[in-house]
Each structure stands twice: as structure tokens, then as C-alpha cells.
Design a binder for this molecule. Structure first.
Ligand code: CP
Length: 346
């Protein structure tokens, strides 16, 4: 490898850091990334709250082993050769759908993207009938996004294959939380003991719910920050400290996760205007100064620039992990597909 290639790899993938981390954690030399798949007893991935700490850490370790592969010219494995993965997205997606598609293809699976708009769902077919149809085609892995909380769990009871929740209503988005944790771990070494502030439209956010659950499992201190109108009742019982003053909530935070304002789920006036929302809860350079010096910024995407985040922060590579999150998503989803390929244990 020449110097230019070394610099490129260091820029796109902080492998020396993650290899050292993996070595400390697993005792496996950095030149030998964890070779064995995760022992995963569950048939489906519906909620991160169902994961044990060992299962969550195992998935992140395995993603760490896959990540360098994605920087190579030939990125294919044959772990899922002969398997069929169906992406069934009832809501729009750029990152999650393409990331599962790439992850499935990198693992050697046949991948089918169901276009709901042009499927029989548009003619009134029910979710259950759609699932039964796909089941009859002997899919092995079904990745589902749906606007209703609980839709992925319902499907998992009706089909034989493994179901992965790619976002269900306001409930959960498990692989987003896993890729967020993987991104933090790759940059900061360990999640245990970090203070992580999750800010914005908590009320409508499945990303917030999954992140609070997973970050608690992994030993972080979690804060939720947002206007009272966008903070669910009982959020203080999720395992997070709740703040309505953004500057106070950011004080001393190692990582600031911004949430998208989900206007499509709002049927009333949750805040007076986008301009006022940005004034109080939009992350800009000034508000970021209240977090720990060197604090890192994340956002699951898609971003509303000038509403929940300012471009001066989002596009600043010294603080923003937003592009890294997207890149990490493929490795994390490869780890999840591999784990579920085992079929669970009785
Ligand atoms: N983060 C996320 O779920 O993005 P998409 O809606 O583009 O999949």
C-alpha cells in the first residue's frame, strides 16, 4: 500500500483505532478481526431493547470485522449465498433501504426491493396478505419499514422467515441505534461512561427510543433535550435525564445526537415556526460550545438544515460524524444479517 492509499484509508476508516479497541476488548490481535459470527438466539430483530449487552457488543464487534472489507476493491462474501432478502418499505427511505440492499449483496444474498407504490398494496392488499405472499416465495430475511408502531412484530408472527425492523412508526429503529453506537465506538473507543445528549423531536422519534435503550445497555449516560411539546410523557422513565433548555442539556456532553423534526407525523402546532425552533433547539456553533470541548455531532438523516441543525456544524468534518454514520450502516447491517441467518434457537 502506498502513502496515498494509507492516507485515504486513514481518512475513510479509522481502522488503527478500531483495531486497537477490538484487541483490548477481545484479546484477538488487530490483524485478526473477530472471525466467528455472533451467537444470536433470536429469530428476529424487532427492538434493541430485546438485546443483551453481549449480543449488542457481539454485533458491533462483528461489524468491526466487516468494515475493512467495504474499503477493498472486491467486497463480496458468500455467507448468504442462496438466501433471499426482501426489502419491504412502506415509508420512504434513502439510507436504510440502500444500506440493507448493499449489505445483503455484499454477503452474497439475492436482494429484492419491493416497491410498495407499484405493488398490490396500492390496490388495497393488507399488510398480512402481502407478508403471506412473500412468505410463500420462501424469502429468508424480510426487512420491513412501516408507519405503524408494531407492524414489524405483527409480520414476524405471520411469516416463517427472519424479520428485521427497519423502522416502525414512533416505536423503534434498531439498526440505526446499532450503527450510531458503532460510529461512536469507532471514534471514541468505548461507550461506557460517555454522556450522550439526544436533542429535538423526541416525541415522534423511533431513533431516539432505540438509542436510549441501546446506549443504556452499553453503559452511557443519556440525556433527552427538546421542547415540552415534543417530549413524550414519561420520557424521564426511559433511562435518560430530560432537559427543555438546550444549553443546560448540552453541558459537558461528549456526543450530541440531533433528531429530525418529523413534520410528516405532526398534525398540529408543536412549535410556532421553524425559525423559532432553530433559535431554541437548532444546533449551531454557539450552542455546541456548551458541550464538552471536542464534542462530536450526529444526525440519522435526512436533515432539515436550518431547522434542527446548521450547515456550519453538519458539514464540519472536525465535529460531524454524519457521513461516517452512513458508511458504518452497511457493516452493521451485514453483522445483523449474518446473526439472523442462524435462524435463532428454540
Ligand atoms: N436514518 C434513516 O432511517 O434514514 P432513511 O429514512 O433515509 O432510511
Amino acid at each position: 500500500m502506498n502513502a496515498a492509499e494509507t492516507n485515504y484509508l486513514a481518512a475513510v476508516w479509522p481502522h488503527s483505532l478500531t483495531s486497537a479497541m477490538a484487541e483490548r476488548r477481545t484479546g484477538v490481535k488487530s490483524s485478526e478481526p473477530r472471525k466467528s459470527p455472533v451467537r444470536f438466539r433470536k429469530k428476529h430483530l424487532l427492538s434493541v431493547a430485546d438485546l443483551t449487552r453481549d449480543e449488542a457488543t457481539g454485533l458491533l464487534d462483528r461489524a468491526e470485522a466487516f468494515a475493512p472489507l467495504l474499503e477493498q476493491q472486491i467486497k463480496k462474501l458468500d455467507t448468504l449465498r442462496g438466501r433471499t432478502l426482501i426489502n419491504l418499505f412502506f415509508e420512504n427511505s434513502t439510507r436504510t433501504q440502500s444500506s440493507f440492499e448493499l449489505a445483503g449483496k455484499r454477503m452474497g444474498a439475492d436482494v429484492v426491493n419491493m416497491s410498495v407504490k407499484s405493488s398490490s398494496v396500492a390496490k388495497g392488499e393488507t399488510l398480512i396478505d402481502t407478508a403471506a405472499t412473500l412468505n410463500a416465495m420462501r424469502a429468508d430475511l424480510l426487512v420491513v419499514r412501516h408507519g405503524s408502531s408494531g407492524a414489524a412484530e405483527l409480520l414476524s408472527q405471520k411469516v416463517d422467515c427472519a424479520v428485521i425492523n427497519a423502522g416502525d412508526g414512533k416505536h423503534e429503529h434498531p439498526t440505526q441505534a446499532l450503527l450510531d453506537a458503532f460510529t461512536i465506538r469507532a471514534r471514541l473507543g468505548d461507550i461506557e461512561g460517555l454522556t450522550i445528549a439526544i436533542c429535538g423531536d423526541v416525541l415522534h422519534s423511533r431513533v431516539a427510543r432505540s438509542n436510549v435503550a441501546l446506549l443504556n445497555i452499553l453503559g452511557a449516560r443519556v440525556r433527552l433535550i427538546g421542547p415540552p411539546t415534543l417530549m413524550p410523557a414519561g420520557a424521564d422513565r426511559w433511562g435518560a435525564d430530560v432537559f427543555t433548555d438546550m444549553r443546560k442539556g448540552l453541558d459537558g456532553a461528549d456526543v450530541v445526537m440531533m433528531l429530525r423534526v418529523q413534520r410528516e407525523r405532526m398534525n398540529g402546532g408543536f412549535f410556532p415556526s421553524a425559525r423559532e425552533y432553530f433559535w431554541f433547539y437548532g444546533l449551531d456553533e454557539d450552542k455546541l460550545k456548551h458541550a464538552k470541548p471536542g464534542a462530536l455531532v450526529m444526525h440519522p438523516g435526512p436533515m432539515n438544515r436550518g431547522v434542527e441543525i446548521d450547515s456550519s456544524v453538519a458539514d464540519n468534518p472536525a465535529v460531524s460524524l454524519i457521513e461516517t454514520q452512513v458508511r458504518m450502516g452497511v457493516a452493521v447491517r451485514m453483522a445483523v444479517l449474518e446473526a439472523l441467518n442462524g435462524g435463532g434457537e428454540p
